[in-house]
Design a protein around this ligand. Structure first.
Ligand SMILES: [Zn+2]
Ligand SMILES: [Zn+2]
Length: 278
């Protein structure tokens, strides 16, 4: 793992989830990623290991993370829905996910079958074939970010993040008193919805099909706008956004055209406007 650029990996994970992390290289085959805001001992780390023809990420709780784990077991419907959406897109990308709760294997895709009292949790994501000796350092970095994010994408919906609205921005932290000095702050639920939308639909404009990375090269990687099909103002505050049906990735040009009318044009409408014109 000595070949990877730490800053690059940290920045990409932080940009994706708004979650500050630290990264330690353990040895040639493995590294560890920890949320910066969780105290060592009561939090967790994600261990990434290059194996024989595969790459693996594991959720490793700290020795005294009992509180954190039991709170994750109490996830509500909204959290479980987001978990499921994340899971489906991870499975769709070809990875294998293993979930062990209280030393027993559970289907991650059936949150209704999980026990409600969690004493221990183990999560593993495997991607293969990944042949480490053939990877350039850029490819290795991409693989590390990708596999680490697959575990983070599953964990974040289960973390007890509390939304506190401050003006336009939504900051999220763990409920006060639930855990001593364990806090994940400045986390935006909206960035999680955005990420879920991209995981489901990809980074391609739903209208004109432009993909920034294929057009602009590496600087275009991960770039896209996310449009709310239903304007935020027309849905109530208690509305649960479903990132796979309520959000859609669009390029900035098509995004502006969708908003040429209020309420905005639907994706299919804009597509037929473009088709009619030619
Ligand atoms: Zn477009
Ligand atoms: Zn929009």
């Amino acid at each position: 793992m000595n070949r990877i650029n730490l800053i690059n990996v940290i920045t990409r994970i932080e940009n994706r989830y708004g979650l500050p992390v630290i990264l330690n290289i353990i040895d040639k085959e493995s590294l560890e990623i920890r949320p910066l805001d969780l105290d060592k001992g009561t939090g967790f780390c994600i261990k990434v290991t290059l194996g024989w023809r595969n790459i693996v990420a594991e959720f490793i709780p700290d020795n005294y993370s009992k509180n954190l784990i039991s709170i994750m077991g109490l996830a509500d419907e909204k959290q479980k829905l987001l978990f499921k959406i994340m899971l489906l897109s991870i499975l769709h990308s070809g990875k294998e996910i293993e979930m062990i709760i209280n030393n027993e294997s559970f289907s991650p895709s059936r949150p209704d079958s999980w026990p409600s009292e969690w004493k221990s949790l183990y999560l593993k994501s495997v991607n293969y074939p990944v042949i480490s000796e053939r990877l350039s350092s850029i490819d290795l970095q991409n693989n590390v970010v990708d596999i680490a994010c697959s575990i983070l994408a599953l964990l974040i919906p289960l973390l007890p993040l509390e939304e506190t609205a401050t003006g336009d921005e939504t900051t999220i932290g763990l409920p006060e008193g639930a855990l001593t000095r364990v806090e994940v702050n400045k986390y935006e639920r909206s960035s999680l919805n955005r990420e879920a939308c991209i995981m489901v639909h990809g980074c391609k404009c739903a209208v004109c099909k432009l993909e920034f990375e294929s057009f602009y090269g590496p600087i275009g990687r991960d770039f896209i706008h996310v449009h709310h099909i239903l304007p935020v103002s027309t849905v109530g505050s208690g509305y649960i956004i479903n990132p796979s049906t309520d959000l859609v990735p669009v390029c900035p040009n098509c995004h502006s055209m969708l908003h040429k009318r209020n309420p905005p044009y639907m994706v299919e409408e804009l597509k037929s406007i473009i088709a009619k014109k030619s």
